[in-house]
Design a binder for this molecule. Sequence first.
Ligand code: ZN
Length: 329
Amino acid sequence: MIYQSMPKVEIHHHIEGAAPPKFIASLAREKNIDISKIFDADGNYAYAGFAEFLSTYEAACEPLTGPQEFYRLTKAILEEAAEHGVVYLETFISPDFCGGGDVSAWRDYVAAIEQAATEAERDAGITLRGIVTAVRHFGPDNAKASARCAAETKGDFITGFGMGGAETHLRPRDFAYAYDMAREAGLQLTCHAGEWGGSEMVAETIHDLGVNRIGHGIHVMQDPKLVAEAVEKGVVFEVCPGSNVSLGAVTGWEAHPIVAMRDAGLKVTVSTDDPPFFHTTMTNEFTMLNKTFGWDKADFDSLNQTALEAAYCDDETRAKIAKKLGKVT
Ligand SMILES: [Zn+2]
């Protein structure tokens, strides 16, 4: 755990996916919602494979019934992240789980989450920004509603738009309308691609949605021409090795392409994705990168630097975080 206190920048993280299982279990008890089937005997989230992961994830969201629950959730996840040295975090927040795409309900959720973030910044020194996220398998109409919510709340806190969910559902161009809305509102754009889909999905996502970051993107390595294009365009990859290992997108840490990606000149960053689902933390990610590939302080400084440069925040915030990175290492 020598990397625990090292300051870290994390830019791929799902707010509900980070919910500690104990927090969700106790909230479910409070509300008399029976989701006991999603926990194993040790109280961890239980699932096998990606499809079951998505259904467990959605069940874990059931007790998160209103803005107040998201306020409590935000406090819990920021406390957890700060304990692992995270000084700047971007989390994906989905209107589908926060008011069902209704703009006025969504505003209340964002206000509650932002309030918790302000308090955590004061108390734990961690800065949070929100990326509004469409859930791909909920379809293009829901994505449009999410983009509308994003556009209506764009500001210092809500700074980006993205899409997660089942990657092989439809093609990126089917979601171009939602991305165009978000772009026109001045939001920065990312999208999950190349985790389950191949390099063609990464290519279509870059070309058809105009993103400057890709969530995961590990299968970009199947296409050297696309790698060269991504290097040239400066596309940033939000790599989540522990998540890939846990869900079986790669066969193990040794088989992870992060070293090859970096050696090819791609901009790589490291995040946890859904930490308790994947039994990981930022400390664990750094520790495993050290154990598996011998990465150390200079490598982690470089990951942080790339993530900070790619962060969806204003320059004043970026400068403040840069100071924190320089200070405590
Ligand atoms: Zn993700």
